[in-house]
Design a protein around this ligand. Structure first.
Ligand code: SAM
Length: 290
């Protein structure tokens, strides 16, 4: 039998099930067994762990994860893929496929429902996925903002987005997404994945990153929501100075922001992309005080 990730298998499945790949659902399937193995290995799942997979497609990562983990729950929005997954994953009794939109799924509840492996709760919870590119950022932000109880998130996404997530202050591509993800997680760049290993081939290269949830916040905050409001406002108008970009946050006037920036020890004419997370935190804490 052909390997599940082989292009010939995808072709046969398409014919047999009269399945049409959906561009709008970001269906670019992996066709390289080494990369499939590498992603699952990078997530570090073992037989006492639960893996939640986002967008299984025809199940290449799912099958590999099922070999390594105690249990796998895969969330796939495309109903046409459900009978296919039933067939391709038939030999794995530790896999459950859920036909749902991940953005509308209560992932915390899904984990709670599937937490038991035999008579023991899973030791670790690992989220994995070759993400549909049209909703990469919303998926990541949902998992982080909802504080889904997982240890790590190992995902494939566009290389350019992976680089933005990892960018340090002072870099041209450092932005609100970098601060948000780095606030919640430690980011590891696992590997670059060339566009040639997908069917159909996307226009750009991809990358795999692993996000490990921090057990402690990297900065002290009086008001987390206000911190993210300030970060968003700062980067919302990148070319403006901080003084101008932050004016209006929580209804503060320019004069008030100037005083707060001074108290935080941040020069008013700097731009958001030069600020460390600690400096954003100082500003937000000053705004919260006044
Ligand atoms: N994991 C497979 C692989 O690596 O070959 C497929 C990856 S493909 C890039 C993305 C998958 O996510 C597709 O199967 C697509 O149908 C599914 N998908 C798209 N939007 C989704 C959503 N909102 N919720 C769950 N799955 C979704």
């Amino acid at each position: 039998m052909d390997k599940l990730y082989a292009p010939t298998t995808i072709r046969k499945i398409k014919q047999k099930h009269k399945f049409h790949l959906s561009k709008s659902l970001g269906q670019n399937f992996l066709t390289d067994g080494n990369i499939v193995a590498n992603i699952v290995e990078s997530c570090g799942a073992g037989e006492e762990d639960l893996v939640i997979e986002i967008g299984p497609g025809i199940g290449v990562l799912t099958a590999q994860a099922a070999e390594a983990a105690g249990k796998v729950v895969a969330v796939e929005v495309d109903k046409h893929l459900i009978p296919i997954l039933k067939e391709t994953l038939a030999e794995y009794s530790n896999v459950t496929v859920v036909n749902q939109d991940i953005l509308k799924t209560d992932v915390t509840q899904l984990i709670a429902e599937h937490r038991m492996i035999g008579d023991r709760p899973a030791k670790g919870i690992k989220i994995i996925g070759n993400l549909p590119y049209y909703i990469t950022t919303p998926i990541i932000m949902k998992l982080l903002e909802e504080q889904v109880p997982c240890d790590s998130i190992t995902i494939m996404l566009q290389k350019e987005v992976a680089e933005r997530i990892q960018a340090p202050p002072g870099s041209r591509i450092y932005g609100a997404l970098s601060v948000a993800v780095q606030y919640h997680c430690e980011v590891t760049y696992v590997m670059t994945v060339p566009k040639e290993v997908f069917h159909p081939q996307p226009k750009v290269d991809s990358a795999v990153i692993r996000l490990d949830r921090r057990t402690q916040r990297p900065v002290e905050l009086t008001d987390e929501r206000l911190f993210f409001e300030a970060v968003k406002a700062g980067f919302g108008q990148r070319r403006k100075t901080l003084l101008n970009a932050l004016t209006g946050v929580r209804g503060k006037t320019k004069e008030e922001i100037a005083v707060m920036l001074e108290a935080a020890g941040v020069e008013a004419n700097r731009r958001a992309e030069t600020l460390t997370m600690g400096e954003f935190a100082s500003i937000a804490n000053e705004i919260a005080k006044q």
